[in-house]
Write a protein that binds this ligand. Sequence first.
Ligand SMILES: [Zn+2]
Ligand SMILES: [Zn+2]
Length: 331
Amino acid sequence: MRDRVAIRVPAGVLAAIYYARMSLTLRFLGTSASRPTVERNVSSLAVIREGETLMFDCGEGTQRQMMRYGISFALCDIFFTHMHADHMLGLTGLLRTLALQGRTDPMNLYGPPGCEKLLRRAISLGSDKQHFEIRVIELTPEAPLKRNGYSIVAFPVEHGDRSAIGYHVLEETRLGRFNPDKARELGIPEGPLWGKIHKGEAVDLPDGRRIDPSELVGPTRPGRRIVLTGDSRPAVGTITAATGADVLIHEATFAEEEAPRAIETGHSTAREAAEVAAQAGVKRLILTHVSARYSRDTSDLEREARAIFPATIIARDGLEIDVPFDPGAES
Ligand SMILES: [Zn+2]
Ligand SMILES: [Zn+2]
């Protein structure tokens, strides 16, 4: 029989593995409304969850922003909020680059009802040959798109006469915290029995004792939730989706001085976005899609929003935000 060798894994390495496994990170690739500026590119957001990259909108020049901010080109899913040029013109160039890289994996493009025609044009523009499969999926608002461990639900927003949706990314509820010390104390052998108990099964031990999961497992823990609006007026759909969310990413194209223009163009002011966040009771609000006139100086937007909802930040290109589990629910 071979001796057992205890391998000590440094706590830092364990923490890094845990972090990669559980992380949910937002990376803003473009935060300007309508047109790029020196400081800001047009709309795109990468959501990286446990190593998987999801992209939301893909404005002109997004592929270069991906390189700049280290976003994987191996992504398989791009979600569009609506078909305005500043949210989708980057798709054509990105697909060409992926083809040059020899991609063979399919790409899924999601968008609001009616998006397929325009996306197909963007896909075929400048190239007759399709090097890998590209699927276009028109999403029905409120119908969850089930993924591994989480769902994405589109919800209706209000952006003039455009077919436009926001997205709600919500993780599944996680199992309650398992207490290994107590399990050992009770003499339950480490192994499959622990797994059964953790999943909520009562188990019978060889000595006749019956162990109820409630003895060893805490209450279930909520998953993380992020909500993003794309372009929109303050919308009931957003408030409903964002109620209690960890992060709301709301557009804030204008400051109050341009409130009438916000109404006219189907956009929101920073103050209006903050009112939505306050009504929904979100934990954090991130404002994006700012008009070129605030590109360098967002202090007016920030001040007006924070007067209503203090936990507000204004996104800038390259901003990275970690979304932790609720500390009260974390293991
Ligand atoms: Zn826009
Ligand atoms: Zn728009």
